[in-house]
Design a protein around this ligand. Structure first.
Ligand code: CTP
Ligand code: MG
Length: 169
């Protein structure tokens, strides 16, 4: 398989789960509306249970469909790690943004684009290391790091135009 396609498909569950969370228009905040010790929200109202659930599910379904044709992920558990991991990275990113005093919905360059990569890679590295190291060799990894911000930019402009998001990032 072409390495560009392989990089894209390996990341697909995470590429679907992040925008999938936005589609939920969720209301129940994961931080339950609570503040951290610094007086700021733990995560903010942009991270909801509905988003986490719907995003994880949609990313998982996309991965299962690709798996039936390609066998790329090796197991449904790995698909879950990629899908959920993308949103795990997103949640960690929001936690960091609040600690840095960045308000919900405001930008954190680079990490806003790559948190889904780091989150999914982290969970795969912890829970499915052999498969992860086999699948994401160095050139696939570099391809993902370059490709993701480009796809992120394109997807956010599209979501903004479709009025799914208030800001084009
Ligand atoms: N969203 C959600 N649940 C999630 C992730 C995202 O409901 N777990 C929805 C929210 O409506 C959120 C929107 O998707 O406002 C956009 O997501 P994102 O840009 O990641 O969050 P922000 O609102 O920008 O918040 P933050 O500043 O914390 O990144
Ligand atoms: Mg945002």
């Amino acid at each position: 398989m072409n390495f560009l396609l392989k990089a894209f498909l390996l990341m697909l569950p995470a590429y679907i789960s992040s925008p999938g969370a936005v589609l939920s228009r969720g209301k129940m905040p994961i931080d339950l509306g609570k503040n951290f010790f610094d007086g700021r929200r733990i995560l903010g109202r942009g991270k909801t249970f509905e988003g986490l659930a719907l995003g994880t599910l949609l990313g998982f379904i996309a991965g299962v469909i690709v798996e039936l044709y390609s066998g790329l992920y090796g197991s449904y558990f790995n698909i879950f790690l990629l899908s959920f991991g993308g949103l795990f990275g997103d949640i960690c990113n929001s936690f960091l943004k609040r600690r840095l005093g960045i308000e919900q919905g405001k930008k954190l360059p680079v990490l806003d684009q790559l948190n889904l990569v780091f989150g999914s890679w982290f969970l795969c590295f912890v829970f499915s290391r052999d498969w992860f190291l086999e699948s994401f060799n160095w050139y696939i990894a570099i391809t993902v790091l370059v490709m993701t911000p480009l796809l992120h930019r394109a997807a956010n402009i599209a979501a903004y135009k479709l009025r799914l998001k208030d800001v084009p990032w």
